[in-house]
Design a protein around this ligand. Structure first.
Ligand SMILES: [Zn+2]
Length: 119
C-alpha cells in the first residue's frame, strides 16, 4: 500500500458514525411525528412511512456491514488487494471508493465485458 491506509480507516470510521447517528435520528423523528399527528391518522401513509424507514434502515445496516468487513480486512492486512488479479488497488481509487474490490484495470475490463450484448 503506497498511501496512508489510516486515512481510509478514518474515512470508514466517520462513515460508520454518520450511519449510526442517521439510524438513531430516523427513529427520533418517527417518534416525534407519531406524537404530533393528532386525531387524524392516515393508515396507508403511515404504513408507507414505516416501510420506507424500514428499507432505509436495512440499507444503512448493509452499509455498516460493508464498513465493518472493510475495517476487518484493513486489520488483517488484506485490504486493497484486487480480487481479480491480486495486485494492489490504486490508493487514490480506494480513497474515492473505499469499497472497491477490483483495480482500475480489472474494473474497466469487467465493464467492457458487461457491455457486450448477449445473443
Ligand atoms: Zn486487478
Amino acid at each position: 500500500m503506497k498511501g496512508d491506509i489510516n486515512k481510509i480507516r478514518e474515512l470508514l470510521l466517520t462513515q460508520k458514525q454518520e450511519i449510526l447517528s442517521k439510524i438513531q435520528t430516523g427513529k427520533d423523528e418517527e417518534e416525534l411525528t407519531a406524537s404530533n399527528r393528532g386525531d387524524y391518522v392516515d393508515i396507508a401513509t403511515d404504513g408507507l412511512a414505516h416501510e420506507l424507514s424500514y428499507m432505509f434502515e436495512e440499507r444503512e445496516k448493509e452499509k455498516l456491514k460493508l464498513i465493518d468487513e472493510t475495517l476487518e480486512s484493513i486489520g488483517q492486512g488484506t485490504y486493497g488487494e484486487c480480487l481479480e488479479c491480486g495486485d494492489e488497488i490504486e490508493f487514490e481509487r480506494l480513497l474515492a471508493l473505499p469499497f472497491a474490490k477490483l483495480c482500475l484495470d480489472c474494473k474497466s475490463r469487467e465493464e467492457r465485458r458487461s457491455k457486450i450484448p448477449i445473443g
